[in-house]
Ligand binder design. Structure first.
Ligand code: KIV
Length: 276
């Protein structure tokens, strides 16, 4: 078989680590069904996330609070069979990892029923115990710092985190503790670019940003946001980090390819998508 005809190998944790070390940007995108899974995989998305953002973009709610493990397992099951190359991560929804036992049960469902290869959970050092409990049992974990949408009813609004130096230092420490607990990947949401850079430089694992500046190991966005059809875009609440990749694209697959290309080349995010 010629090199050109050789199918790309499925992305694994080791490949994500290699990409980070080689300085190759990692393109990540959310996905919730078979049609988009096929397109995202073909367009070269490296990591597909079945995020609890489905509560907002699929179910049409204002927050992610009502999303259940059954919801994530269902959508993960729709996506998994259609990914030949992309690495599949599934979100642990609100309160599903409140205890070690619940976290393990939820992770088991998402991996065994859903076909996920990693689970993602929100929170700082207070989650280290859960991360370690899962990791030592063979569950790859992605941590999620910065804006934690599951805390919306404590925060009161989706807003930028880590602007004050004390909060930035606390987040740097959270990132270190979560990595030491066994996280294999980390998402940073809605933080100043300078903090995104500091956490990425400190880390030994790939760090994926969403509104965290251009210096993370990769980027993630919500599928419906890049296609300009999410409720937040339609209702005029487009977050700063969102870019409409349908603009100038011939079709949906073209928009996803343009997103992947922009992440890989560093063209996205631009300064207009970042926070100071
Ligand atoms: O739920 C989700 O889609 C996410 C990403 C926005 C990172 O957590």
């Amino acid at each position: 078989m010629s090199a050109a005809a050789k199918p790309s190998a499925a992305v694994q944790v080791a490949e994500l680590r290699r990409m980070r070390e080689a300085g190759e940007k990692i393109a990540c995108l959310t996905c919730y069904d078979a049609s988009f899974a096929l397109l995202e995989d073909r367009a070269g998305v490296d990591v597909v996330l079945v995020g609890d953002s489905l509560g907002m973009v699929i179910h049409g709610r204002d927050t992610t609070t009502a999303v259940t493990v059954a919801d994530i397992a269902y959508h993960t099951r729709l996506v998994a069979p259609h990914l030949k190359r992309a690495f599949l991560v599934a979100d642990l929804p609100f309160l599903s990892y409140a205890t070690r036992e619940r976290a393990l049960d939820a992770a088991q469902r998402l991996m065994q029923e859903g076909g996920a290869k990693m689970v993602k959970l929100e929170g700082g050092r207070e989650q280290a115990d859960i991360v370690e409990y899962l990791a030592v049992r063979g569950v790859p974990v992605c941590a999620h710092l910065g804006l934690q949408p599951q805390l919306i009813h404590k925060l009161g609004a989706f807003k930028v985190q880590g602007r004050e130096e004390a909060a930035a230092v606390a987040m740097l420490r959270d990132a270190r503790v979560l990595e030491e607990a066994g996280s294999d990947l980390m998402v940073l949401e809605c933080i100043p670019s300078s903090l995104g850079k500091r956490i990425t430089e400190q880390a030994h694992i790939p760090v994926i940003g969403i509104g965290a500046g251009p210096d993370t190991s990769g980027q993630i966005l919500v599928l419906q946001d890049i296609l300009n059809i999410s409720p937040s875009v339609t209702l005029g609440h487009k977050p700063r980090f969102v870019k409409n990749f349908m603009q100038g694209a011939p079709d949906i697959e073209g928009a996803i390819r343009a997103y992947v290309q922009a992440v890989k080349s560093g063209a996205y995010p631009g300064p207009e998508h970042c926070f100071q």
